[in-house]
Design a protein around this ligand. Structure first.
Ligand SMILES: NC(=O)c1ccc[n+]([C@@H]2O[C@H](COP(=O)([O-])OP(=O)(O)OC[C@H]3O[C@@H](n4cnc5c(N)ncnc54)[C@H](OP(=O)(O)O)[C@@H]3O)[C@@H](O)[C@H]2O)c1
Length: 376
C-alpha cells in the first residue's frame, strides 16, 4: 500500500524538528518509498545469495509447505544469530542475515556451523535509511519470496555522555532501532503480502521496558517542538534513548496490526526475549547469566500465530501473552508515532534529493564555466 496522503503533506509547524533533526521548509512532492531507488552512493550493498530453491504458486501447492524465507536483522551476533542458526538447522527455512558487517556475519554463520545452502548475507545498515532502501532492492533482486521478517537488531549505549547520530541525523538508538526498522518493515510489507506461505509474520523485538512499571518513554514526546536529540525533548540519556526506541518498536507493531492485519492476514507480533546478559548488547553493562533465543518459535510455532500480541516466556519456558504498559499500548500515541515516522522517512529522502540537485547544479555551473573558458 502506498503512503497515506496525509503523510505526504508538509509537517505542521509543530513538527519542524524531531530527535535533533530539523525539518526545513522544503516542498513535498511525489516521493514515495515504493519508488525504486538508484543504486550507488551511500553504503555499498554486499550480497551473497544462493538461488531460490522453491517456487509455489497454485492454491494446491500451498498445501505442500515449501521452504520459507526469513529475514533477520542483526543476525551477526546474540539472539539474532541464535535464531538464524536454529531456523537454518531445521532445513525448512532460508535465512537472510541482514547485517551491517558482511564479513562478521559470514564468520558468525560459519562459527555456529550454518550450512551455506540455508542462508545468505545481504548488507543492511539500519542507521542509514538509504541503506534500508538498498537492502530492500537487493533482497527483491534475489528473487526470493518473503515469508517472515524479524526486526531484531539494536544498539544500546547506556554509558554514552553525548548523543551520536545516524547517517540521516537522528539520535542513534531511536534512529536505528525504530526508524530503520520502521522503514524496512513498511517497505517489505508488500513482499509479505505477496507471499503464499501459510503463515506470514512480521516480528519486532521489544523489551521489558514496555511492560508494566516501565520508564516514562514517550511521555510528553513526539511534539517536535524541541531541538533535543531525545524523543521527549529532554537531556540526552543513552539508556532512556534505548528504552524509548523499544517503546516505539512495540507501538509500531500494534499500529501495523491495526492497519494491516485484517487486510493482509500477516501476523504482527512483538516479544520480550528475557534478560540475556551474554549477548553483545548487555555483555559490557551487566553481569552474565546465560543465553538462548525464543525467537524461532515466534516465527514458526502455529500456536504463536496470533497478531497484535506481545509474547513473553515464564521460568518454565512456556510462552504467554504479556500485558503492555499503558504507554506502550496507547493507540493514539501509536497513530501519532506512525504518522510522524512516515513523514520523517519521506522527508529524509526529499532533503537528500534536494542536496543531490544542488550538487548537480554546482557540477553543471562548473562545466559551463569550464566550457566558457575553453571557448572564449
Ligand atoms: N539481550 C537481552 O537481554 C535483551 C533483552 C531485551 C530485549 N533484547 C532485544 O533483543 C534484540 C537482540 O539483542 P541482543 O542481546 O542479541 O544484542 P546483540 O548481541 O548486541 O546484537 C545486536 C545486533 O544488532 C546489530 N546492529 C546494531 N546496529 C546495527 C545497524 N545499524 N544495522 C544493522 N545491524 C545493527 C549488531 O550488529 P554488529 O554485529 O555489526 O554489531 C548485532 O548483530 C534487540 O532488539 C534487543 O533490544 C535483548
Amino acid at each position: 500500500m502506498a503512503l497515506q496522503a496525509s503523510s505526504l503533506l508538509p509537517p505542521s509547524p509543530s513538527a519542524r524538528s524531531f530527535l535533533g533533526i530539523s525539518l526545513a521548509d522544503h516542498a513535498v512532492s511525489d516521493f514515495s518509498p515504493r519508488r525504486r531507488v538508484r543504486l550507488g552512493g551511500g553504503v555499498r550493498a554486499q550480497t551473497a545469495t544462493t538461488s531460490p530453491s522453491t517456487t509455489v504458486s497454485s492454491p494446491d501447492a500451498k498445501k505442500t509447505l515449501r521452504k520459507g524465507t526469513v529475514i533477520i536483522t542483526g543476525a551477526s551476533s546474540g539472539l539474532g544469530l541464535a535464531t538464524a542458526k536454529a531456523l537454518a538447522e531445521t532445513g525448512k527455512w532460508h535465512v537472510i542475515m541482514a547485517c551491517r558487517d558482511f564479513l562478521k556475519a559470514e564468520r558468525a554463520a560459519k562459527s555456529v556451523g550454518m550450512n551455506k545452502e540455508n542462508y545468505s548475507v545481504i548488507h543492511l545498515d539500519l542507521a542509514s535509511l538509504d541503506s534500508v532502501r538498498q537492502f530492500t532492492d537487493n533482497f527483491r533482486r534475489s528473487g526470493r519470496p518473503l515469508d517472515a521478517l524479524v526486526c531484531n537488531a539494536a544498539v544500546y549505549l547506556p554509558t554514552a555522555k553525548e548523543p551520536t547520530f545516524t547517517a540521516d541525523g537522528f539520535e542513534l538508538s531511536v534512529g536505528t532501532n525504530h526508524l530503520g526498522h520502521f522503514l524496512l518493515a513498511r517497505l517489505l510489507l508488500d513482499d509479505l503480502k505477496k507471499s503464499d506461505y501459510p503463515s506470514r509474520r512480521l516480528i519486532i523485538v521489544g523489551s521489558i521496558t514496555g511492560g508494566p512499571g516501565g520508564p516514562a518513554g514517550l511521555a510528553g514526546g513526539l511534539n517536535g517542538l524541541n531541538t533535543s536529540s531525545m524523543i521527549n525533548g529532554g537531556e540526552f540519556d543513552g539508556a532512556k534513548a534505548y528504552k524509548d526506541s523499544k517503546v516505539c518498536n512495540m507501538l509500531t507493531m500494534q499500529e501495523f496490526h491495526r492497519r494491516f492485519h485484517e487486510e493482509t492476514g500477516v501476523t504482527f507480533a512483538s516479544l520480550y526475549p528475557g534478560c540475556i546478559a551474554t549477548t553483545g548488547l548487555f555483555r559490557s553493562h551487566i553481569p552474565s547469566s546465560g543465553s538462548s533465543s525464543p525467537f524461532p518459535e515466534v516465527v514458526t510455532d502455529p500456536s504463536l500465530g496470533k497478531s497484535g500480541v506481545y509474547w513473553s516466556w515464564n521460568k518454565d519456558s512456556a510462552s504467554f501473552q504479556n500485558q503492555l504498559s499503558e504507554e506502550a499500548s496507547d493507540p493514539e500515541k501509536a497513530r501519532k508515532l506512525w504518522e510522524l515516522s512516515e513523514k520523517l522517512v519521506v522527508w529524509v529522502k526529499i532533503l537528500e534529493r534536494d542536496r543531490e540537485r544542488e550538487r548537480e547544479r554546482d557540477a553543471l555551473v562548473l562545466l559551463v564555466c569550464t566550457l566558457c573558458k575553453i571557448l572564449f
